[in-house]
Design a protein around this ligand. Structure first.
Ligand code: SF4
Length: 196
């Protein structure tokens, strides 16, 4: 990657939210995480294996979408990040929305990482399709394909954009970010022996 002009992944933002130091270790010191600890990658693989079993046409009609695109790779020139979206819905009101599939049960609220993932996907859709995105959807495959809707609020979009800016700053400058040590996070962390 060009350190002067990096393009990060959606998953980098989710990892940054878990612990900002991950970005430093991965990009500045070039120490990859152990593959088995990359929970989001593993989760992603599972979802893609199972997603074809979902009745996508039923979901499209339920939401009120005219058309959709599957497994779309998008990049933001403006904010320097990229990702693959499970599904983009083009809604009857002229707007668009991301639909993310989780091979998981719904536990009454969305994880922070899921919320951020949807916000990042919304930014990508708006930039690449020129359509307003003010809502998003998650389909929980293991809860009988339960569909959960989340509004995309400008304040949350701004927060995620600020996080991207912080991540790019770490990569470009080699800044060692502060983090609140958390026993639950640090105990199993693959960087715990080098993290000061
Ligand atoms: S040991 Fe803790 S603070 Fe250090 S990178 Fe891991 S989770 Fe973050």
């Amino acid at each position: 990657m060009d350190d002067k002009n990096p393009i990060i992944n959606i998953s980098d933002v989710l990892e940054y939210e878990f612990c900002p130091r991950f970005i430093y270790f991965i990009y500045c010191l070039d120490i990859p995480q152990h593959e088995e600890l990359r929970f989001k990658v593993l989760e992603g693989r599972e979802i893609h294996k199972k997603v074809t079993q979902v009745n996508r046409n039923y979901i499209r009609k339920k939401i009120g979408a005219q058309s959709r695109e599957f497994d779309v790779f998008l990049a933001s020139q403006k904010y320097h990040f990229k990702g693959i979206l499970d599904e983009i819905l083009f809604l009857n009101d002229g707007k668009a929305a991301p639909l993310e599939y989780k091979f998981a049960e719904y536990k009454d609220n969305l994880f922070r990482t899921t919320k951020s993932q949807l916000i990042l996907q919304s930014i990508l859709i708006e930039e690449n399709y020129g359509k307003k995105v003010d809502r998003s959807f998650v389909c929980y495959v293991r809860s009988n394909h339960k569909l959960v809707e989340m509004d995309i609020r400008q304040s949350d979009v701004d927060k995620v954009k600020a996080e991207i800016s912080d991540i790019l700053n770490i990569i470009r400058t080699g800044f060692y970010p502060k983090t609140k040590k958390n026993i639950n996070k640090c105990t199993d962390c693959c960087y715990r022996n080098i993290c000061t």
